[in-house]
Design a protein around this ligand. Structure first.
Ligand code: SF4
Length: 442
């Protein structure tokens, strides 16, 4: 591939910077871990796509052209600003999501990573993931992303059936997906994840399981299964509303999920989260931060973050949402150094609700030790130990509460949402009963 001269020069400079960062980090050894308030994951949102998928309601835009240098400068500026505001000193993972971040140039990815490494410590072995669409990620480009500092890929494969891919409005075919997957595995061995969707209109259990079986012959050590969510405002929603397509059948989707997770377990995958499966220890550390309710910074249009402002120790963190629309976001970044549109301080109870909801998504669940990190005046035993409805869930082998903590059983993980209908109100009730003076106004 021939790169235009300026882009090539920029890429070479950024790649050298990424390599320099690796050498410095490797030579210096790992510093001692920072306290939780000084550590964070960083999510970077690339908001552009080639084409609108029929089911998609993410914050994405299909532009005629992208002024990439301007977007890159704003991403870099926002990285510096939010890292400074948060006082985060160590970034443990970076995730480029979208949109379609594999449409961004490797130079942009390298520049963002360099900005992170300038404002905080980014250890050499930090997980740096990029979401890649099969058609925008030929092998040469994947290799350039690797040189820029990416060390893990998440491929939006979605289906191995061309008719389904067309229905979803994807730009790739199943053979494109398998070719990209093979190239990605060659370049990033043991560090490639694929997404597979289930519960599509007219999709049947047997053929879907055969897709999963085929994928097992090709995939690496990480796989995510997502149920299609029919969202108002999407083309697929309209087609179902108009009767052009049958509505997805939730019973069939539940069967696919159950059979699929059993097949993956049989193949040696650990279901470490409701939708995520890994073998050989290839868990996503970035997503693990979300499920552990760790701090994360959201960079880019519409990105979400959760962190404590520097100097606000002792208080809880805030939820931040960046301005959705890219041009407005850029104007704000150029004016203020960041494009935060909304800041919502999170109360102690809200943080505990998040810790419960997110923690129970994993097979580890909430350990007593982890729960205590949020410094609640109540233990897990206080909240759930004597409640009759929780006891029924324990007796039905959906939940476990023991010396380790609270977690879902294999059976319970599949019906977590229904368990939370009991657990969340129980947390809220106990909180209000036991801590009225600590939480004026709730
Ligand atoms: S590529 Fe992803 S973000 Fe872009 S339209 Fe498709 S589903 Fe949405």
């Amino acid at each position: 591939m021939v790169l235009p001269a300026t882009r090539a020069r920029g890429l070479v400079a950024a790649t050298k910077a990424a390599q320099r960062r690796r050498r410095v980090d490797s030579g210096g050894g790992s510093p001692s871990p920072e306290p939780a308030s000084r550590r964070a994951a960083v999510y970077v949102h690339w908001p552009y796509c080639e084409k609108r998928c029929s089911y998609c309601n993410f914050n994405k835009y299909i532009p005629r052209g992208v002024e990439e240098a301007a977007v890159r400068n704003c991403l870099v500026t926002e990285v510096h600003t939010l890292l400074r505001l948060s006082g985060v000193r160590r970034v443990e993972s970076v995730f480029f999501g979208g949109g379609t971040p594999s449409l961004a140039s490797p130079h942009t990815v390298a520049a963002v990573l360099e900005a992170v490494a300038q404002s905080a410590h980014l250890p050499a072995d930090s997980e740096v993931t990029l979401e890649a669409n099969p058609t925008s990620a030929p092998a040469s480009r994947l290799a350039e992303f690797g040189a820029a500092g990416v060390n893990r890929l998440s491929i939006g494969l979605q289906s191995l059936d061309d008719t389904e891919l067309q229905l979803l409005g994807r730009t790739h075919s199943s053979s494109d997906a398998l070719r990209t997957l093979a190239e990605a595995r060659r370049l990033f061995p043991g560090r490639v994840s694929v997404d597979l969707m289930l519960g599509l209109p007219a999709q049947q259990v047997g053929p879907w399981l055969r897709q999963l079986q085929e994928l097992l012959h090709h995939c690496d050590d990480h796989l995510s299964l997502y149920q299609l969510s029919l969202e108002r405002g999407t083309a697929l929603f309209a087609q179902v509303q108009q009767g052009a397509l049958p509505a997805p059948d939730p019973e069939l989707a539940a069967e696919m999920y159950q059979e699929g997770r059993a097949m993956l377990q049989e193949a040696g995958f650990r279901q470490y989260e409701v939708s995520n499966f890994a073998r050989n220890g290839a868990l996503s550390t970035h997503n693990w931060t979300y499920w552990q309710c760790g701090q994360y910074l959201g960079i880019g249009p519409g990105a979400h973050g959760r962190f404590m402002l520097q100097g606000a120790e002792g208080r809880t963190r805030e939820a931040r949402i960046q301005t959705l629309e890219p041009d407005n976001w850029m104007k704000e970044v150029m004016l203020f150094g960041h494009g935060t549109r909304k800041r919502v301080p999170l109360g102690k109870l809200e943080l505990l609700e998040e810790a419960l909801t997110m923690g129970l998504r994993t097979d580890v669940g909430l350990t007593h030790q982890h729960w205590q990190q949020f410094e609640p005046p109540l233990t897990l035993w206080d909240i759930f130990g004597t409640n009759r409805e929780v006891k029924e869930l324990l007796e039905q082998d959906l939940l476990l509460l023991d010396h380790r903590g609270l977690r879902c059983s294999w059976k319970g993980l599949a019906v977590l949402d229904s368990l939370l209908l009991t657990l969340l109100p129980q947390l809220q009730k106990t909180w209000h009963q036991r801590t009225p003076s600590l939480v004026p106004g709730g």
